[in-house]
Design a protein around this ligand. Structure first.
Ligand code: CDP
Length: 314
């Protein structure tokens, strides 16, 4: 049996109130799922009309010419006027050509993926998105898959794991190999300190001729997305990468599947203890993110047949 199934926790190991929360979720989740085309179209139009992800989510040389003013979404008072040098790092054209995909998988990093056997299902999606340069490879493939069309990176990874890319950069560029020729989506204009380290990531990729294709989030899009989710009842300092990527694909993709979204310490089936990520137990910064509240909104979309959450094994 999968390893998380070997250790059913004693009730005393469950946090206070956790059993009730998880049982409530299970009840909502256990209803049979069917895509509701009208709900999906309605939600998608609303999202498009408020956020315009289709042409605004990613910075390109077309939507952001030299001289434009970027307003940082994490520090409202900070702006940056686009210089020719910064402009040269922008995608020449929109990285998602004007088309929609049939099936997309957004892979969150939750420990619920451990021993899930979901790898094949994830990889069968036409477009696969992963968050924060997660470890892939032989030991994880069966449960999280390997296909990657787009991967995000939080600059804190460059800082913590690669010395802020101030020294040798080969190890960083080699670590990108597991994502093949995927897009690497960077929040270069969210906080002031993000910009230089993200530019160093781009230059490293170019200088080592890595096939990875770096692109930048448009801070204007992230700002409008934060307002959108606030209007849906979400109170959080920052949206998590997972809900940002889910929103982005809802505009581009007819069938949106979510894996690895489960911000609780125990598995919904049997309440086995879980690690926070499928690859480590580093905790989420609750000061910034409100993942259980985000999860509640995503579960609502699941119940409305707008997208499909995958909990439990595949
Ligand atoms: O950087 P951030 O804290 O947003 O994310 P992460 O820990 O690298 O995980 C990527 C995404 O997976 C998060 O943004 C969440 O949406 C989701 N996640 C989850 O739902 N439950 C977990 N236990 C861990 C991550």
């Amino acid at each position: 049996p999968p390893s998380h199934k070997k250790s059913r926790p004693r009730p005393s190991e469950l946090c206070k109130g956790c059993r009730e929360v998880i049982e409530k979720v299970q009840k909502r989740y256990s209803q049979p799922w069917k895509k509701q085309e009208d709900n999906y179209q309605k939600f998608r139009s609303l999202l498009s009309s408020k956020c315009h992800g289709f042409d605004k989510a990613i910075i390109t040389q077309t939507n952001t010419p030299v001289g434009s003013k970027l307003v940082y979404d994490g520090e409202k008072k900070r702006t940056l006027q686009v210089t020719p040098e910064i402009f040269s790092t922008f995608a020449k054209e929109h990285p998602f050509p004007n088309k929609t995909w049939d099936t997309c998988a957004v892979v969150g990093n939750g420990g619920i993926l451990t021993d899930s056997g979901c790898g094949k299902m994830i990889d069968s999606a036409q477009f696969v998105i992963r968050c924060n340069l997660p470890p892939l490879g032989k030991s994880y493939e069966k449960h999280v898959g390997i296909k990657t069309d787009l991967v995000t990176a939080n600059p804190s990874i460059f800082i913590d794991k690669y010395g802020a890319l101030m020294g040798r950069r080969r190890q960083f560029v080699e670590s990108l190999r597991s994502y093949g020729n995927s897009l690497l989506l960077l929040p270069a204009f969210s906080y002031g300190f993000n910009t230089p380290v993200c530019l160093r990531a781009v230059y490293s990729i170019e200088d080592f001729e890595s096939p990875t294709r770096p692109i930048f989030f448009n801070p204007e899009y992230l700002q409008s997305l934060a307002l959108f989710w606030r209007s849906q009842g979400l109170r959080a300092v920052r949206l998590s990468t997972g809900i940002i990527m889910t929103s982005l694909v809802l505009e581009h993709c007819a069938n949106v599947h979510l894996y690895g979204f489960w911000p609780f310490n125990n598995h919904p089936d049997g309440l086995y203890a879980l690690t926070n990520h499928y690859y480590d137990d580093r905790q989420t910064k609750t000061k910034f993110h409100a993942m259980p509240a985000e999860f509640d909104l995503l579960l609502r979309l699941h119940s409305q047949g707008v997208l499909r959450l995958h909990l439990g094994d595949c």
